[in-house]
Every structure is written in structure tokens, then in C-alpha cells.
Write a protein that binds this ligand. Sequence first.
Ligand code: ATP
Ligand code: FE2
Length: 315
Amino acid sequence: MIILGVESTAHTFGVGIVTDKGEVLANAVDSYTSKDVGMIPHEIAEHHNKVAEKVLKQALKEASVSWNDIKFIAYSAGPGLDPALWAGYHLARKWAEDNDKKLVGVNHCAAHLSIGKVWNKLDSPCYLYVSGVNTQIIVYENGKYRVIGETLDIGLGNMLDKFGRVLGLGFPAGAKIEELAKSGKFVKLPYTVKGMDVSFSGILTKVEQLLGKGVSEKDLCFSVQETCFAMLTEVVERAMAHTDKQELLLVGGVGANKRFCEMLNIMCQERGAKFFKVPMDLAGDQGAMIAWEGFLRKDESSDIEVKPHWRTDEV
Ligand code: ATP
Ligand code: FE2
């Protein structure tokens, strides 16, 4: 069985094609970027509409398949930006109607977890999901995802992007901050862990103040990374101890960060556990994960249109 997945929750429009064994046949993406202002919702929807046919063609070509080979279409129903979600839904629905395919709406966050799990062939990991919007520690228990720790304010990726905007790095900024951090030194920043939850907004305020006082950009980049990654590593270690998990799986765009992976890997090694991540092309937003999640959920109710605030633990 071959499934086509459509991703459109935020800046990326993607079409991925996977098999029922979780093999990725194609994963075409086109992302909206901007020099300074971050994401403007209606511009993102326009972007998705503009690139959709091109991305679809590219995916079909990459996978060497035609509509005849595709069993059904999965799309990201949420969570995400309202205009972006509707753009993706209408595109997916049109493709489904034109080609007489069933449509399955899936949860974007659950898709991040599922593609990481199948790619690494894991059984029951502790998930650390760190993207733009989301920062959550999740386990699967009794047929449901349970969020056992999360950010109390903004997602780590969004925080890095906001900081990047202050530095004039453009959007998204995570990779550029990682680059600058390589030659930075440590300055103390607020370290905010509350029980199993974390908070990043105080760090953002503090780095803006320190920047105004002349602390260098690279020192701030280094310190932001060290502090935020340490907070998450601490909470995840506790989560793994509480839930008795021997495997940690990092998913989401911030998972592209090498230093973050290094810290989590050391923590896992020290407790005799194993650290897993997903390859770069499956870490951020893309359609292959939507297709795979669609396969896993193919028998569930699909009459959902869009759900902008759909949480992982409601799946
Ligand atoms: P979600 O809807 O799942 O929250 P998203 O679209 O917000 O998804 P992703 O595409 O998973 O997020 O990740 C994008 C985020 O990853 C951006 O905030 C970006 O700055 C961050 N990022 C990308 N590369 C790096 C890196 N090397 N280091 C740190 N952050 C990174
Ligand atoms: Fe995402």
C-alpha cells in the first residue's frame, strides 16, 4: 500500500509518499521564509497555494508513482496556523476528489513522533518533541499519548527564532544560532525548571537586556543553547527515570542541533539508556510523516476538516 501525505500546518508545504512498511519514497517540501518579520499567516497560505502543484509533481516524480498507485491521502488537520491548515485541507480535498481517493486527517505532532519511531524501529520510547511551537516530553501509555512535561510559555524553536530576530538573523534562526554559538563563552541566564515543566520567556528577556549591555552575540547564542538544552536534558532524565524508559527519541526541528543531541546522548549513556533522533530530512515538517501517521490511523474517523488547537494527548 502506498500513501500520500500533505503537510501545511506552518511555514512548510510538503507532499510525502510512503509505503505501509514506513519506507519513504518521496518527501518534497517548499518552505516560506522571510528576512525579518517571522510568519505572516495569510502570506503562508498564499505560499502553500502557490507551490502546491509543483511540490506534488515533484513528489510523484521522486517516488516514480502515479495517482493510480496511491491508496489514500492523509493531511495535517492540526495543530497549526488557521489559514495554513485550511489551505492544506482544501488542496488535499481537491486532490482526493479529482482522483477519487479517501481523505484521512491526522495530528501533526503525533506524526512527528510516529515517523521517528518507525525510522528507528523503536518499541516504546520516551519522546522529546522540540519544534517551533512545541516543547513536550511525551510517553505512550494505555493507548494514549501522555504529556509529562512541557513548556509553560513558548516553544524552544519559537524562542530561538525570536532571539534570532533581535539579532537580525532572519527566520528561522535556530541553525544560525547554532553556528554562532560554536565560538561563544558562557554567561549566566535564568534556568527555569518547574517540576517537569520548563519556561523560556524569561531567558529571552534576559538575553535582550544583556545584548543591550554589550555582551557579544556569540556568547549569548552559546549561553542560550547551553541553558535551554540543559533544562530539557534535566527534565527528560527525570521523565525517563519515572517512566522506566530505556530509549529516548528526539523529534522536531530543534533536533537538528548537534549540541542538543550531544547533551541528550551523554545523559542517556550515563544512565544506560539509548538516544535516538531522526535524520535531518525527517526532523522538520514534511509530508512523509503525515502519510505514515495516516496509515496508522486509516481506520479512524476522518471527518474532521481542521483542528487548529489539537493537542497530542487528545489524539
Ligand atoms: P510544529 O508545528 O511541530 O511546532 P514547526 O513548524 O514549528 O513545527 P519544525 O519545522 O519542527 O517546527 O522546526 C522548526 C524550528 O526548528 C524553528 O524554530 C527553527 O529555528 C528550529 N531549528 C532548525 N534547525 C535548528 C538548529 N540547528 N538548532 C536549533 N534549532 C533549529
Ligand atoms: Fe512540526
